[in-house]
Write a protein that binds this ligand. Structure first.
Ligand code: GDP
Ligand code: MN
Ligand code: MN
Length: 248
């Protein structure tokens, strides 16, 4: 296995209305099976999933959380508006989005965008990944796989890593259950979150600041089989249950 990973260099600053997959296709000679990773921030900029901070009127809860967290209540209101369930209010808002993703500040970004503008996560990241894949197929005739990434913090560890929030052409999880290990033991619980592993390395290539690389291509990455049930259900998720108890 020799996987090649290449940054997509030379993309402009993305603005609303841009055909992002077409801009990427101008810079990359795709092959069937390539995995195209795209930063959710640029997808959102192209689609206009942004908000003007000054246009937001915070409600009572946003004012209260803003004071607790030392953050602009208008920003907090945007975070609340993106959230389907609040798991933690302070020292930062941790919430679930309608798509199932759980993230700090609902993934609302204030970096790599003009002052006073907020970048929201795409409301349907799975559909977003699918749309990019279809558009690349339409332009190039190539069957690429797509991962939409965002930089996220993690529980238990310092430091942010890339996380997959949408994917298309692959399953999120590679399922090892039923396989045997080197000693013949049957694996009972091993499910590998491959989309997050790929997003993590793509994020490393993109960087966080001013590198200007919002897309990365993996070539020669083997295929796998598994399933898409990446998010715990409410019943399974003991961390979420514990957090919810704290704010009740
Ligand atoms: P996120 O992880 O999806 O929130 O996105 P980041 O803001 O961390 O950006 C990821 C990468 O994309 C970094 O290399 C940024 O410099 C780059 N980037 C962000 N916006 C743009 C843009 O509009 N044009 C280009 N060319 N690069 C961008
Ligand atoms: Mn982000
Ligand atoms: Mn990032």
């Amino acid at each position: 296995m020799q996987i090649e990973i290449a940054p997509v260099e030379g993309l402009p600053l993305i603005k609303e209305g841009d055909d992002l997959p077409a801009l990427i296709c101008d810079l990359v000679s795709f092959e069937d099976g390539d995995i195209l990773c795209v930063a959710s921030s640029v997808f959102s900029k192209a689609k206009g999933y942004t908000r003007v901070l000054a246009s937001i009127t915070p409600g009572e809860r946003a004012e209260r959380i803003g004071t607790m967290c030392g953050e602009d209540a208008r920003f907090i209101q945007a975070v609340l508006d993106e959230s389907s369930d609040i798991l933690l209010e302070a020292p930062f808002v941790l919430s679930e989005l309608a798509c199932g993703h759980v993230g700090v500040r609902a993934g609302v970004d204030q970096s790599n965008v003009e002052d006073g503008l907020l970048i929201l996560l795409p409301p349907d990241p799975m559909a977003a990944a699918h749309e990019i894949r279809e558009r690349v197929a339409g332009i190039t005739g190539k069957d690429v796989r797509v991962v939409l990434t965002d930089t996220c913090g993690r529980s238990f560890r310092r430091g942010q890593t890339g996380t997959a929030i949408g994917w298309s052409g692959m399953t999120a999880i590679r399922d090892y259950r039923g396989d045997t290990d080197l000693f013949g033991h049957v694996l009972k619980i091993t499910e590998e979150a491959v989309v997050d592993e790929i997003a993590g390395f793509a994020n490393f290539v993109m960087g966080e600041s001013n590198r200007g690389v919002p897309a990365v291509v993996f070539r020669n990455c083997p295929r796998w089989t598994g399933h898409d049930a990446l998010y715990f259900t409410a019943d399974e998720d003991i961390t979420r249950a514990a957090l919810k108890k704290m704010i009740q």
